[in-house]
Design a protein around this ligand. Structure first.
Ligand code: SF4
Length: 332
C-alpha cells in the first residue's frame, strides 16, 4: 500500500524512524577519539541492525547522535549536497548554497496545500537552496540563505510539539532546500520525543553520504523530480549530473521509506523531461505515489528564458496525462 509506513506511524502501529534510531545504542560514551571514517563504519554497522530490527549495543550514545556527529564533521568540508563544494562551513566559509553553519528559517505553519494525505502538515521553511532554479516559486527564501530567523533546534522542537497539538499530522522539513540544514534537522530530532512522522521535502540533489544519514531519520520523502536530462537541469537550475544523482537518491529513498514523487511539468519540456522521468519511474519505482503538477507559472528570472516564460497549454496537460497512461503510472 502506498505510504504504508506513514499511515502505520499515524495510527501508532509503528514508531517514527528517528525514535527507533534513539533506541539503538552504539556502545560509545563519546565519539571524540573517532575519525570520520571510523564513525562511518560504526554507522554502517548500526544501520544493518536498524534494518534488521535488532538491538545493536547495550549502552552508550545512540544512532541518531552518531548521525548528528557525522554531519557536524562533514560541515568542515561540506559534501552534503551533490555540488560537493567542500566549503569549511564550520569556520565561516560559504559554499555554492551560501548557507551558514547555523540554519535560518523564514516561516513555519500548518500547511493545508500539500498532498491530501499530509495535511495539515507542519512545514518548516529553511532559507537557502542547493539549486538555482530560474523559475523558483520560493525564490525569496531560496536566495536569502541568511534571511529569516535563527533556527535554534530547541526552539524548533518546541514548535513541532506545539503544532502537533494543533493538529499537525507530520513535520515537514522544506526550504529552499533542507539538505544544507541536515545538522539542524538532526539536532532538532534529538530534542524531540513525539510520535510524529518526519517528512523530508527536497529537490533530491544531495550526496550519497547524505542519503545514508537520512536513512531511518526520514519516514516520508516528498521529493521533486524536475528534469529528464542533465542539459535542462544545468540550464535552468545550475546543477551538474542531475539525472544520475537524483535518480540514485530516488532509488535509495524508495528502499528506505515512503515516497511521494512530485513532477512539475514545464512548458515545452514534455519530451525532454516529463517523458524520460515517467519512463524511468515506470521501470524503477513501481507503484510510487506520483504527483503530476500543472501549476507552473513564470516567476523570478523566467522572463529571461522566453521558452518557459508562459503557463502550460491545455495540449501539454493532455500530453502529460497521455504519457502517464502510456507508462502505466497512476498520477494524482
Ligand atoms: S550544502 Fe552543497 S552547496 Fe552548500 S556548502 Fe555543502 S556541498 Fe556546498
Amino acid at each position: 500500500m502506498t505510504l504504508h509506513r506513514y499511515f502505520q506511524i499515524l495510527e501508532r502501529k509503528e514508531k517514527p524512524g528517528y525514535l527507533r534510531l534513539k533506541e539503538l545504542k552504539t556502545g560509545c560514551s563519546s565519539f571524540d577519539s573517532f575519525s570520520l571514517k571510523e564513525l562511518l563504519n560504526l554507522h554502517r554497522e548500526g544501520m544493518k541492525m536498524f534494518r534488521a530490527g535488532k538491538d545493536f549495543k547495550k549502552k552508550g550514545l545512540n544512532l541518531l547522535e552518531l548521525k548528528t556527529e557525522i554531519t557536524k564533521r562533514i560541515l568542515s568540508k561540506c559534501t552534503l549536497c551533490a555540488h560537493h563544494c567542500g566549503a569549511n562551513r564550520s569556520s565561516g566559509e560559504f559554499g555554492f548554497c551560501g548557507v551558514p553553519v547555523d540554519s535560518h528559517f523564514s516561516s513555519e505553519f500548518l500547511h493545508l496545500g500539500e498532498e491530501p494525505e499530509l495535511v495539515p502538515s507542519h512545514t518548516i521553511f529553511f532559507n537557502g537552496c542547493t539549486m538555482k532554479c530560474v523559475y523558483c516559486q520560493n525564490w525569496d527564501i531560496a536566495t536569502a540563505p541568511q534571511g529569516g530567523w535563527l533556527a535554534n533546534p530547541e526552539k524548533l522542537a518546541y514548535l513541532i510539539k506545539a503544532r502537533e497539538k494543533e493538529g499537525a499530522r507530520n513535520v515537514n522539513f522544506v526550504g529552499g532546500e533542507p539538505t544544507p540544514h541536515l545538522k539542524t534537522v538532526l539536532e532538532t530530532l534529538l530534542m524531540l520525543n513525539t510520535e510524529i512522522p518526519v517528512v523530508w521535502n527536497s529537490n533530491q540533489y544531495y550526496s550519497l553520504l547524505t542519503a545514508e544519514i537520512l536513512e531511518g531519520a526520514v519516514d516520508l520523502y516528498l521529493a521533486d523530480f524536475r528534469y529528464g536530462n542533465d542539459e535542462c537541469a544545468l540550464k535552468y537550475s545550475k546543477v551538474k549530473d542531475y539525472f544520475s544523482v537524483v535518480s540514485r537518491n530516488f532509488l535509495l529513498a524508495f528502499e528506505q521509506a515512503d515516497v511521494i514523487l512530485r513532477h512539475l511539468v514545464l512548458p515545452g519540456h514534455i519530451s525532454c523531461c516529463t517523458e524520460p522521468i515517467m519512463n524511468w519511474v515506470s521501470k524503477n519505482l513501481p507503484g510510487v505515489y506520483f504527483n503530476l503538477m500543472f501549476q507552473y507559472y513564470p516567476v523570478y528570472q523566467a522572463s529571461f528564458y522566453p521558452e518557459i516564460n508562459r503557463r502550460l497549454t491545455e495540449k501539454e496537460r493532455a500530453e502529460a496525462l497521455l504519457l502517464a497512461r502510456k507508462y502505466q503510472i497512476m498520477v494524482s
